[in-house]
Design a protein around this ligand. Structure first.
Ligand SMILES: Nc1nc2c(ncn2[C@@H]2O[C@H](COP(=O)(O)OP(=O)(O)OP(=O)(O)O)[C@@H](O)[C@H]2O)c(=O)[nH]1
Ligand SMILES: *[C@@H]1O[C@H](CO)[C@@H](O)[C@H](O)[C@H]1NC(C)=O
Ligand SMILES: *[C@@H]1O[C@H](CO)[C@@H](O)[C@H](O)[C@H]1NC(C)=O
Ligand SMILES: [Mg+2]
Length: 396
């Protein structure tokens, strides 16, 4: 408690702060509603103008959305402290016991920036059993329920149709050519698992939405709305923060295999899709993909016959082992084939770092962040990022 002699001072300060808000709020509100958002923001690129239509249910959100590039009509939902509505969702984290320290750093940020208000549960997955120390020290830093799952061996081993001699030769060759993770066997099991199995782990069955988190990633901005409910209310199926171009050496035959799948499964491909996002002018792969270390997405989409049949087709082709197909391009090609632009959302407002790249909100949206906006990949390295091209695609 405050020492008695300071109480009058505290009351005066509180009154001053309150008065400040009462006087300023009409001005702030009208500015939010009427200002031309481009007028005072030097960072807005005229080629990528700010949103024309933004529907919000909360005054605060209008100011928040004002400086974002995203062109779409969205509904931002109220904080849980006011409405009790919650999505059927969980964070899902593939990790190892040795990641404990990095993971705790990440989860403390995620809780501070978001989940202390929402208490969404966590599912931790591992190909080896989690230690008691790991479980206890994770439970100590999060506000949601935790479940710890073991990955079944069939999902983290060679399928019988893979020639392991050929796989070993491919690793040796790719290591000699210094291809990133080229010689790494466990990395390949990880990529295959994240491509085709995490959403089928029994612990995920009860959920409709997932948010993928990795040990070591950072969250830089206060997130004052529920991103899961945002997805649900706006009929989104897949959300990302960073998009970049893949190293071609890791996926030499992924595009051709995908094209073959599409030819053989025409009936499964909706007319309105996002293939334009991944296709270059001569009809090849432009290497663009959503970086899958961050994803907020629909589990029903990944569990759909469409997506699973695509994964099975890729798995049979062997590229997870004979090449080094990453789960990011695989998810992204699945999204591009089966979803349309309105179903995919750039969480421009979520300040996110996965070494070495940032997604960082610009302008007013940066006020509750500690990330530098000029570091955001789509500004800092336009040629490597695909995000502004995504934004420019026509809505269906
Ligand atoms: N249980 C388990 N998790 C793994 C294994 N390898 C990677 N992971 C997890 O899989 C995810 C991706 O692995 P990373 O090593 O971060 O791969 P990356 O993001 O492509 O590469 P970095 O640039 O090193 O981060 C992370 O959540 C890891 O914790 C593994 O062998 N076992
Ligand atoms: C497996 O791959 C090796 C090396 O590429 C090859 O020599 C061998 O014939 C293959 N085995 C089968 C059964 O295809
Ligand atoms: C192999 O990949 C894993 C991530 O899956 C990484 O932690 C490990 O350091 C890599 N090993 C080598 C030798 O690069
Ligand atoms: Mg990583």
């Amino acid at each position: 408690m405050l020492n008695v002699k300071w109480r009058p001072v505290a009351i005066i300060v509180a009154l001053l702060v309150l008065g400040h808000f009462l006087l300023l709020s009409p001005y702030l509100d009208s500015r939010r509603l009427s200002a031309d958002p481009t007028a005072d923001d030097p960072l807005i690129d005229i080629k990528h103008p700010p949103p024309v239509t933004v529907t919000v249910t909360r005054g605060e959100a209008a100011a928040f959305t004002e400086t974002l590039v995203v062109k779409e009509t969205v509904v931002v939902h109220e904080d849980l402290s006011e409405s009790q509505e919650k999505a059927n969702a969980a964070f899902v984290i593939l990790t190892r016991n040795k990641d404990l320290k990095d993971l705790r750093e990440t989860l403390i940020q995620l809780e501070d920036r978001l989940n202390r208000r929402y208490h969404y549960p966590y599912v931790f997955l591992n190909n080896e059993p989690f230690s008691d120390e790991f479980k206890a020290k994770i439970r100590n830093v999060v506000s949601g329920e935790c479940e710890f799952g073991l990955i079944p061996t069939e999902h983290w081993s060679y399928p019988d149709f893979i020639n392991q001699t050929r796989a070993a030769e491919a690793r040796k060759d790719m290591a000699e050519r210094k291809i990133i993770y080229g010689g790494n066997e466990s990395y390949r099991h990880m990529c295959r698992y994240e491509s085709g199995f995490f959403f089928r782990h029994p612990l995920m069955d009860k959920y409709k939405w997932y948010w993928r988190v990795e040990p070591g990633v950072k969250f830089a901005c206060d997130i004052d709305y529920d991103p899961f409910l945002f997805m649900e209310k706006n009929d989104k199926k897949y959300g990302f923060t960073i998009s970049i171009k893949e190293y071609i050496e890791t996926i030499p035959s992924l595009w051709e295999t995908t094209m073959n799948y599409m030819k053989e499964n025409e009936a499964k491909i909706p007319e309105k899709n996002l293939m334009e996002f991944v296709t270059n002018k001569d009809g090849g792969y432009n290497l663009c993909h959503f970086w899958s270390n961050f994803e907020i997405g629909s589990l029903d989409f990944l569990r759909s016959d469409q997506y699973v049949s695509y994964f099975d087709y890729l798995d049979r082709a062997g590229g997870f082992f004979y090449e080094r197909w990453g789960d990011a391009p695989v998810h992204s090609l699945g999204v591009a084939m089966f979803l349309n632009k309105n179903e995919v959302h750039w969480f421009e407002d979520i300040g996110y770092f996965h070494g070495p790249l940032w997604n960082c909100p610009k302008g007013k949206a940066n006020d509750k962040c500690w990330c530098p906006e000029e570091e955001s990949i789509e500004i800092k390295n336009k040629g490597w990022s695909c995000t502004l091209d995504f934004v420019d695609l026509p809505n269906p």
